[in-house]
Design a protein around this ligand. Sequence first.
Ligand SMILES: [Zn+2]
Length: 588
Amino acid sequence: MPMISESKINEIRESADIVDIIKNYIPLELKGKNYFGVCPFHQDHSPSMSVSKEKQMYKCFSCGAAGNVFTFVSNYENITFIEAVVKVAGILGISVGDYTTTKPKEKYEREYNAMDLALKFYQNTLSTKDGGAAREYLLKRGLNEEMQKVFDIGLSTTSDKLYPFLKQKGMDEKFILDLGLITQEEGSIKDTFKDRILFPIHDAKGHAVGFTGRVYKGDYKPKYLNSKENYIFKKGNILFNYHRARDAIRTKKEVVIVEGNMDAIRMYVSGIKNTIALMGVSLTKEQIDLIRNLHATVILMLDNDEAGRTATLTNGEALESAGINCKVVRLSGEKDPDEYILKNGVQQMITNIAHAKSYLEFKIKALKDNKDLTDATVLSSYIKSVLKSISDEDAITKEVTINKLVEDYKLDKDLLNNELKKLATNNNVNVKVVARGSLKKKINKEEISARSIIYYMMNDYKYIKMYQTNLGYFKSANYRGMANEILYYMTKNKTMNFADFMSYVAVSPLKEEFETVIRDTKIEDFSDSTFLDYILNIKESRIKGSIKECKKIIKDSSDILEQEKEMQKIITLKSELEKIIEERSVKK
Ligand SMILES: [Zn+2]
């Protein structure tokens, strides 16, 4: 299959107007020379993202997200860079034919391969004679052969055959042990999963990283056994079925979150494919980030018990405060979505989803569960917590909720409004404190200068020349690598175009380094004089570093001649430092 060439990628980018493409995703408004919109990459309500028609790039002044048309589509849709190129080409009606791309080698490629081999081994076991009872069990639970394949379901037997199989593929004991596929018991090696139906767990990119094994015959404990955590399997970074559900979630702009893997599978099999499952009781920060990337409304549908109710509150709270719109479905009767669908049918489930309540409504109701509101103190604390819950909401929600409180508890409306106003002021104070606390670690002058130089170079050919003439190299491997990448690009393309360079960077090994520079550099106007200041800063810290090194040698050495040599060096270096100071004063 042919690859999409760099020139083809550039051709597609040139045919695309970034403003038109981004408008497919978020509303943009023209203000002066640039377009502005609400940035989809951080939680915001004001339009902090600017899109430049002239430069064909976007930049968010709040979170620093920046790039060209492909990086926008790639980040918004959570797809790879090449997939984004194909998508944009599709919108423009440009044919890219069959394409392939050189995939960058993944960090844990060996581990992913091993897990994949194990998965296929187990899948194969399920299809053999030994798998008869398990297949029957799955069929009875409504998982036909097609769905068994969709979920890569497998089977482990008691025969301890996985270990020799993997060993024969060249993997050593320690490696397989670390992946949790085998365990060491009293000196001998055994397969971890025995006599269990295995449901693979995938990460967000679709790599199999672990298994849940379910007992299907006999009475082994525990009923469910999960892979132990390791460097590729971290429950807190994973949501079950995420990679499979993503397309359906994008189409529906809605994601249903359930508690158990079996719930997610049942929903999927029943046609409600936009379902993912928690990997524990409460969502971690990483999982919330994954959910935010879906740009969808969340419908929390956790188990119908007290634990599920509490988890709905904690997770709903976490999602809402991360700026994710959240609704709630509480099932009645059956324990979980799996049982519910089996008993009541999928149509009833769809109706429940359509009638999901807003999280706020659920919370206000939950706040008074098991409370005796005839007791004045209890009632007063309840009213206060309701007011607190709505203090961040819009005016209409506030008005509707307050009217309901007035009606239900015969309270004075002005009093409630006043209390609410007080809360709003307190909240603002809190927000500011949090923001200050979370400020990023300060970077030093040298770092800022280096980043700015790289940023300038990415934007204009002129600054690449100035870098070559005035600085030539960076001492830090990180910036030297980036500068070399720019020079290489420059030599190859004979020009510097920021938007095209972004495409180049997107598939470069230094992608993350460049992204950090773009994100953290806030430069609006380019000035030669400022650029030269940055150069001087780098030179200055370079010289200071060398002086330090000389001083260290003098201190550590007992050889007078060597010490003398270093002294001479320091004198030369100091005069260079003088020159820099002079240059600075001339500039001013
Ligand atoms: Zn942003």
